[in-house]
Design a protein around this ligand. Structure first.
Ligand code: IPE
Ligand code: IPE
Ligand code: MG
Length: 224
């Protein structure tokens, strides 16, 4: 079986730069370029939904210089990349508390979501200013406000990932073995794969090897 919905925690940009005595921003730029190539590759491998962790809620507490560097990269790439997604028929969805982002970036995100809406060849989900605990608490509060108890299906529909296929495979690059507040609910039955490669070094071939490893896993979902 191939994984239809794959998520990637793209970690290790800072260490990649440090190893080369480069500023952290250079690592983020290299990571961003790698991400663009990996997006094309993943969709060409039969992935229909790709969810990428680009910036966490906790990352928003990093020094201003680092955040400005990251926002600069978004500004440089976002408009042209969203036109490319549109051409490929891929819908862009952003999950996270985007109201915490600079106003011009919020606008770029809305423009890109509007431009790519209706694409039928896949979905690219970018998690920006995203925190899973915050997403879950937000959903719980909405259910409370609506004044009714919810089923698992109804609860899923209150999350940022509403309507997306179930998560099959969650990959983390960069060597850490933790979820760092990413897709805690959605990953309940996902296969997990931890790669030691720093994200800018995580090649298309590395992705293929993870997909191969996934295809050999026995997903029992509690059955025998
Ligand atoms: C992940 O790389 C990208 C973001 C969090 C924006 P890091 O910046 O966390 O890189 P390391 O973990 O310091 O190497
Ligand atoms: C997780 O990486 C967030 C992203 C990759 C966007 P971090 O580098 O922020 O996670 P920790 O601090 O190692 O848990
Ligand atoms: Mg990190």
């Amino acid at each position: 079986m191939t994984a239809s919905h794959v998520a990637i925690i793209m970690d290790g940009n800072g260490r990649w730069a440090k190893k080369r005595l480069l500023p952290r921003a250079a690592g983020h730029r290299a990571g961003f370029k790698r991400m663009l190539a990996l997006i094309d590759h993943a969709f060409s491998c039969g992935v229909t939904c790709l969810t990428l962790f680009a910036l966490s809620m906790e990352n928003l507490s990093r020094p201003k210089e680092e955040l400005d560097g990251l926002f600069g990269i978004f500004r440089d790439y976002f408009p042209a990349q969203s036109r490319r997604l549109k051409e490929k028929g891929i819908v862009l969805r952003v999950i996270g508390n985007t109201s915490l982002l600079p106003a011009d970036i919020q606008e770029m995100i809305s423009d890109a979501e509007r431009l790519t809406a209706g694409g039928e060849n896949g979905a690219l989900v970018l998690a920006i200013a995203y925190g899973s605990m915050q997403e879950i608490v937000g959903a719980a509060n909405r259910a409370v406000r609506e004044g009714k108890e919810v089923t698992e299906e109804e609860f899923s529909a209150l999350l940022g990932t509403a309507g997306l296929p179930p998560l099959d495979l969650l990959i983390r690059t960069g060597g850490e073995v933790r979820l760092s507040n990413f897709l805690l609910y959605q990953a309940a039955y996902a296969e997990l794969y931890f790669s030691k490669k720093l994200f800018p070094d995580f090649s298309n071939g590395d992705f293929d090897r993870v997909m191969e490893a996934y295809s050999l896993r026995d997903r029992r979902f509690g059955r025998i």
